[in-house]
Design a protein around this ligand. Structure first.
Ligand SMILES: *Cc1c(COP(=O)(O)O)cnc(C)c1O
Length: 230
């Protein structure tokens, strides 16, 4: 068995254990974050059973998609979105997790090819209130969500966050606030089914608080060798 295969199995076992111990046993999806890793690593994880992959850099992702065109992979864009990249994102991905401005959402909707299904969107929330982090502040999530939900070629699925690093029980607080925020939006008429939260170091805490999609890179593929934003 390769390292990627055994890592992938261990992550799935940990997800199942956290889900069984969590508040509701909703299904928890695993998004394998393959940024900086070659197409061969994606192919290995696919062979193990993984189907959804997350990428942060548009050109790197498009190159990998070309190499992996024989596989029916669901590609998620999870990086910061520059407005000059929205067209490439709208043309190549099934999901976008980092939307935090209406302008970006409008461009994605306009540029989504008519031949493709609506682009699935998660709004990124700056849940820890960090100055440097991208994401809409909690007080402004509802008005952004209502506006994005009206755009024709998008399908608003839920919220996404990258909380400030924390250890132990403290990891849970921002995830619980995300769940409450999502519940409030649903009470106000939205039908959001996705909470994209939890990474290698905190996906257990995220699942305990209701994550439906965890984004895991390092625990599957190992440590990354070159820089990444944020
Ligand atoms: C890189 C990245 C991940 C994966 O992080 P790991 O700590 O390697 O699991 C998840 N989400 C986003 C938005 C990322 O940029």
């Amino acid at each position: 068995m390769t390292t990627i295969t055994s890592n992938w199995q261990a992550v799935n076992a940990a997800i199942a254990a956290a889900r069984d111990a969590g508040r509701d046993s909703v299904n928890v999806g695993l998004l394998a974050v393959s940024k900086t890793f070659p197409a061969a690593a994606v192919r290995e994880a696919y062979a193990a059973g993984q189907r959804a992959f997350g990428e942060n850099y548009v050109q790197e992702a498009i190159d990998k998609m070309a190499e992996l065109a024989d596989l029916p992979i669901e590609w998620h864009f999870i990086g910061p979105i520059q407005s000059n990249k929205t067209r490439a994102i709208a043309e190549h991905f099934a999901w976008v997790h980092g939307v935090d401005r209406l302008k970006i959402a409008e461009r994605l909707s306009e540029q989504r090819p008519a031949s493709l299904p609506p682009l699935n969107i998660c709004l990124q929330v700056n849940i820890s209130g960090e100055d440097s982090k991208s994401g809409v502040i909690p007080a402004e999530v509802e008005s952004l969500a209502l506006a994005v939900a009206k755009l024709p070629n998008l399908r608003l699925r839920g919220l996404m966050a990258i909380p400030a690093p924390a250890d132990g029980e403290a990891q849970r607080t921002p995830f619980a606030r995300m769940r409450e925020l999502q519940q409030k939006l649903n009470e106000h008429g939205l039908a959001l089914d996705t909470l994209s939260m939890g990474m290698s170091h905190d996906f257990g805490a995220a699942i305990h608080e209701g994550a439906t999609l965890v984004r895991v890179g390092t625990a599957i593929f190992g440590r990354r060798n070159y820089g990444e934003p944020t």
